[in-house]
Design a protein around this ligand. Structure first.
Ligand SMILES: [Zn+2]
Length: 215
């Protein structure tokens, strides 16, 4: 809660105390204009089971890593604010410009991690994208205890990330996450959303590693 208040306070005072870029230290947003230009677009992604389509904004590399870390560990309001407009354009290109369009949701982080940090980075991202693009957003998934939990059987651990729908789901859903590496998290989210009743699921990630690209 203290973290949540702090990030809220930071966002309020920002206009009078401009943000330093977490990568280069320049004042003027994070990423600053010059670091924004250094970001590489994500590769075209290969297919991921349970998803009808999957897209990412930027490549997860040495340029984007500090901003993703800022989002993950500090709530990264400036990163989210700087990149939400581009993410909204990517979303429009992927699902069309009709409003309200598909409902947005996110792949929740583990409850332990969300409690420790005071926020869930995927939720921060999904909510910023919803408010920027005028689309609805709702929490649709719960995360089952993950790999770091002790006391699970080996078989349970080997299944990896798993989600549960919180209730019935209808229509097309866009599920948001911060980084796509193997695609296992978004695939598991897609599986749970379909089980809940979703007719289509699109994955949208802020960043993606090149390993999952088509080329
Ligand atoms: Zn910079």
């Amino acid at each position: 809660m203290r973290q949540r208040l702090r990030t809220f306070f930071d966002s309020l005072i920002e206009p009078w105390f401009p943000t330093s870029c977490v990568r280069c230290g320049d004042v003027g947003g994070s990423p600053c204009r010059s670091c924004r230009e250094d970001l590489s677009p994500a590769h075209v992604l290969g297919e991921i089971p349970q998803l009808d389509d999957v897209v990412a904004l930027v490549a997860y590399d040495d340029v984007s890593r500090p901003f993703i870390a800022d989002l993950k560990f500090h709530g990264g309001w400036s990163t989210v604010r700087a990149l939400a407009p581009a993410l909204a354009v990517l979303l429009d290109e992927t699902v069309g410009t009709d409003r309200p369009g598909p409902l947005l949701t996110w792949a929740p982080t583990t409850p332990d991690r969300a409690r420790q940090r005071g926020f869930d980075q995927a939720e921060v991202l999904a909510r910023a994208l919803a408010s920027h693009s005028g689309r609805p957003v709702r929490r649709l998934l719960d995360r089952r205890p993950g790999l770091h939990q002790t006391g699970r059987t080996r078989q349970e651990r080997s299944r990896g990330v798993q989600f549960e729908p919180r209730g019935p789901v209808a229509g097309a859903i866009v599920v948001v996450d911060d980084v796509l590496t193997t695609g296992a998290t978004l695939s598991a989210a897609g599986h749970a959303l379909r089980r809940g009743g979703a007719s289509a699921v699109v994955g949208l990630s802020l960043a993606a590693t090149p390993e999952h690209s088509k080329d």
